[in-house]
Design a protein around this ligand. Structure first.
Ligand code: LR7
Ligand code: MN
Length: 637
């Protein structure tokens, strides 16, 4: 149960057209107010991937021939300068029919030349920046692993590498075929590759090994000073490689990622990504993008071309010193098919003395998909992913692993059959720091529970209209107890734990209700308190006074312009002044620090159970239960 929900693997990228989208805190704040303002500002929300679909089922209408066809035929100037490909209705229909094969628009991809032109999306300072001459940069092997990638997207990746990398540094391209079944990836590919004027080889796995072991196969063959990994549906832009190699030359323990631009999965339009995002993760250990915190943006304003330290990497696109990769223990060989390796290597790099960075001057496009086209042989995608994530949690996360198990109890069940002793040995040999160090030093803005923060529900004391009975226990002699359902007392007795539960259930709690799948906008509402580990009812109240939910959501408030009224809202945390709250343990009030107002019941009555009930901010003088809140701790350890 809840499996699909937990593992619907959605990543959100928010894109902007303009360069300077963040100028000040206010500007930035506004940026996320409503869906409409996104559109008005030329900002789009793109939803990324993975809900563990079943490709076989979806492909039942496709013939072998259709699956194996290579229809690559560039048409006119389709997609040139990164423009969207326009298709007529019939072509769109065809694209939809075969969509599930690649989970992107193959018809569009097939029309675009392998060497299509792209806009130079770099900011001015990047174009003007000088790097060491190519002959003094480390060389690199570019490793591209793929399983049944489309011919056109794969070869466009390869061509963009060849055409946009200085010859002197491109040691070789290594293609690792992870046991693809498509005909065109066999002799047709070999023939095509033989015509290319660069050192390039194709290695083929003799069984399905998954992307992690496939990358290890590529790394084992590599001769370059640096390993550069790319997904098989990327396009490198001008000047993508020099910043990556230049940075590694400066610091061999810097593991560097380009800014990942978005190649639209329907039109193949090239859209510039946000430079001021960095990698994190949520309680479920899903990779997520979060805004770079304002203090960091301020610090960087001196030099906008400088590296952005990132708590995690997305996983697919990065460069690492080859010997350093080996010293660090490569990848965890036991990780299967897809997922988890990106967090694992990120934790390992940081905890063992290296750095993960995003370089704003390096831009590479990637086709973000809403679902996975891959089959997960033998097991369900959830099981494979969970097994990989158990390995991440057990080796690197110390006591924080328990938080992951709370959100993914299915993972806990797999734990007994998973042996990570060799990876723990690596952690010991490299004298790596613990996860607490990582959280405090690499990602102090994180939203995981800390010893000095409250982790639990925020319950509104004002009872909702209907009466809920409370489970009540009575002593019946001989040490045994008898349960009965009784009217709940308003002043419940804290020592009577069952009564407390009953009382909690009777009340409403602050809930961050996720929007449509994949959208990062959560809705703030009051909903009946539940028991157990219901993620969206659980908050972190930090000692600094922020109230954070999963996905980096903070409870904050904005003043309605030209009035004394404030509106409570959920926003991505950003250390803004309006994000701080002071809880009075005695009065049980939650005071909004900036406005001095008290968190109060919703102004409007909800129309029905599904209606949104946003708490309000009112003058504190009124007091009473409607302004009283209780913090109910939840165990996660
Ligand atoms: O069994 C497999 N064998 C493979 O060779 C499954 C996949 N693959 C190949 C596949 O053809 C592709 O080239 O591995 C690559 C990654 O698979 P995708 O494109 O289906 O994954 P993704 O782009 O959705 O996933 C991101 O997370 C993955 C977790 O394991 C990997 O780290 C991907 O490299 C990573 N992609 C990126 O970081 C690009 C930016 C996406 C974001 C955010
Ligand atoms: Mn990908």
């Amino acid at each position: 149960i809840g499996f699909v929900v937990l593992w619907s693997f959605f990543t959100v990228m928010i894109l902007v057209a303009q360069d300077q989208y963040v100028r000040s805190g206010a500007d930035y704040d506004e940026r996320k107010t409503t869906e409409d303002s996104y559109m008005g500002r030329g900002v789009q929300v793109v939803v990324g991937h993975y809900n563990g679909n079943l490709p076989d089922e979806k492909r039942k209408n496709l013939t072998e021939e259709q699956l194996n066809a290579n229809n690559y035929k560039p048409v006119g100037d389709a997609g040139e300068m990164g423009k969207a490909v326009k298709l007529n209705a019939m072509e769109e229909k065809l694209a939809d029919d075969i969509w599930s094969v690649n989970q992107f628009n193959l018809v569009a991809s097939d029309r675009i030349a392998f060497n299509r032109s792209l806009p130079d999306v770099r900011k001015k300072a990047c174009k003007e920046k000088s790097y060491p001459p190519p002959n003094s940069l480390p060389t690199t092997s570019v490793i591209i692993v793929y399983h049944n990638e489309a011919f056109s997207s794969l070869l466009r990746t390869v061509t963009s590498v060849i055409n946009r990398s200085p010859k002197e540094v491109l040691k070789e391209i290594i293609l690792v075929d992870d046991y693809s079944s498509r005909e065109f990836l066999k002799t047709a590919l070999d023939k095509y590759v033989a015509t290319l004027q660069v050192p390039i080889k194709v290695i083929r796995a003799t069984e399905r090994v998954g992307l992690i072991r496939a990358r290890l196969m590529g790394a084992a063959e590599a001769k370059g000073d640096v390993l550069t990994f790319l997904d098989s549906h990327c396009e490198c832009t001008n000047g993508w490689l020099e910043p990556l190699l230049g940075r590694i030359k400066e610091d061999r323990k810097a593991v560097v990622c380009p800014v990942i631009d978005v190649i639209n999965d329907r039109t193949f339009a090239y859209q510039k990504g946000i430079e001021l995002f960095r990698g994190g993760f949520n309680w479920n250990l899903q990779f997520r993008w979060y805004a770079v915190p304002p203090h960091e943006i301020k610090r960087r304003s001196v030099d906008g071309t400088s590296p952005i330290a990132s708590p995690t990497m997305a996983g697919g696109l990065f460069s690492i010193d080859r010997k350093y990769f080996e010293e660090l223990g490569g990848y965890d060989h036991e990780m299967d098919i897809w997922g988890g390796e990106n967090l694992e290597i990120s934790f390992r790099i940081w905890q063992c003395g290296g750095r993960v960075e995003i370089l704003p001057c390096s831009h590479v496009g990637h086709v973000f998909r809403k679902a996975s086209p891959h089959d997960f042989p033998g097991k369900s995608s959830g099981k494979i992913l969970n097994s990989n994530l158990v390995r991440v949690a057990e080796v690197w996360m110390d006591e924080w692993k328990h938080l992951f198990y709370k959100t993914a109890p299915q993972a806990l069940q797999l734990k007994h059959s998973i042996d990570v002793s060799d990876r723990i040995e690596i952690r010991k040999q490299l004298h790596c720091k613990d996860f607490d160090w990582y959280l405090q030093n690499v990602w102090p803005e994180h939203f995981l529970p800390k010893p000095d923060s409250m982790f639990g529900r925020i319950k509104h004391l004002s009872a909702s209209s209907s009466e809920y009975p409370c489970l009540h226990w009575a002593q019946v002699g001989g040490g045994s107890k008898r349960a009965s359902l009784q009217k709940c007392g308003d002043n419940f007795d804290r020592t009577e734990v069952y009564l407390q539960i009953g009382s909690a259930l009777k009340h409403e709690c602050i809930v961050s209700r996720p929007g449509e799948p994949g959208k990062r906008h959560h809705t703030l509402t009051l909903t009946k308190c539940t028991l157990g580990f219901d993620m969206w009812q659980i908050w972190i109240y930090t000692k600094e006074g922020q109230i954070k939910g999963d996905e980096h959501q903070c409870l904050s408030a904005i003043q309605v312009s030209g009035s004394q009224q404030w509106i409570v809202q959920l926003k991505e945390c950003g250390e803004y002044e309006n994000e701080f709250w002071d809880y009075g343990t005695y009065k049980k009030t939650m005071v909004h620090r900036q406005s001095g107002l008290c968190l109060d019941q919703p102004i409007e009555k909800a129309k029905d159970a599904s209606d949104i009930k946003t708490p309000s901010l009112q003058k504190c003088s009124r007091g009473g239960r409607r302004q009283q809140w209780e913090l109910l701790r939840v165990d996660w350890l």
